[in-house]
Design a protein around this ligand. Structure first.
Ligand SMILES: [Zn+2]
Length: 246
């Protein structure tokens, strides 16, 4: 890899994000969302057309701020000694298409990926799902890994949707957020509800909540729940929260 050394304000912002994105990868391990080197997190460098992303094929225990890779929003390496995640093109596509998104996470977390394997959306049958996702967690199209194809599928599914998570068909979970931490939270909650709704279905039929109840729960959680300073963290980071689910 070739490196230009970033300087000034950009370098400071990049360094902060290197620390944050490296640290957040430990959360994927802590919450049992990843196996071996699968999964990745990126964060947009605020105010710059750059992102910080996990290197390809490096074990989670070996990830440090220094091993993170800085690329532009075409996925081209700007700073870093390692090759970026093989999903870099798709992360870049999401940042270009969705200006409010500041973080992207990808996992093959088992329960959510089981739903993805079936190509089945997770129905909104519990209040925690209404709170966090504002409805069902949708399925995105099947796409091969390697270029921007997955990114196009993520954007076409999540644009105008309340859910910050998409189950990419026969693949796994992608989540977005206002920053990398919010996208990680969405990935953790996605696996949590995927597991619970799976268990519920083993017990019998599940019924989606009424739309009016989903709307009320979503509004309360996004706007009233928690501490005033934390509230923005709950938001998924993309616009059009008021749009009804189809
Ligand atoms: Zn994957």
């Amino acid at each position: 890899m070739t490196m230009t050394r970033l300087s000034g304000n950009v370098a400071e912002a990049v360094q902060r994000l290197r620390v944050e994105v490296a640290r957040l990868h430990a959360e994927l391990v802590r919450w049992n969302l990843v196996t071996w080197t699968s999964g990745n997190i990126s964060g947009r460098v605020p105010g710059h057309d750059l992102m910080v992303i996990k290197p390809s094929g490096v074990l989670y225990d070996d990830l440090t701020p220094e091993t993170m890779v800085v690329t532009d929003l075409d996925g081209k390496v700007v700073e870093g000694d390692l090759a970026p995640s093989s999903d870099v093109g798709s992360h870049a596509y999401v940042y270009r298409a969705m200006p409010d998104v500041g973080g992207v996470v990808h996992t093959h977390s088992p329960y959510a990926t089981a739903w993805a394997a079936r190509g089945e959306a997770i129905p909104c049958v519990i209040t925690a799902m209404a709170d966090e996702f504002g409805g069902e967690i949708p399925v995105g199209p099947f796409a091969l890994i390697g270029d921007e194809e997955i990114g196009r599928g993520i954007v076409s599914t999540l644009q105008g949707h309340r859910s910050p998570a998409v189950l990419m068909k026969s693949h796994g979970v992608f989540t977005i957020g206002k920053d990398a931490k919010a996208a990680v939270k969405a990935a953790v909650m996605c696996e949590d509800v995927a597991r619970t709704v799976h268990f519920a279905r083993q017990l019998g039929e599940v019924r989606p909540l009424a739309q009016e109840h989903i709307d009320a729960l979503y509004d309360r959680y996004q706007n009233v729940y928690g501490q005033p300073g934390d509230r923005a963290e709950n938001r998924s980071g993309h616009a059009d929260h008021g749009k009804e689910e189809s």
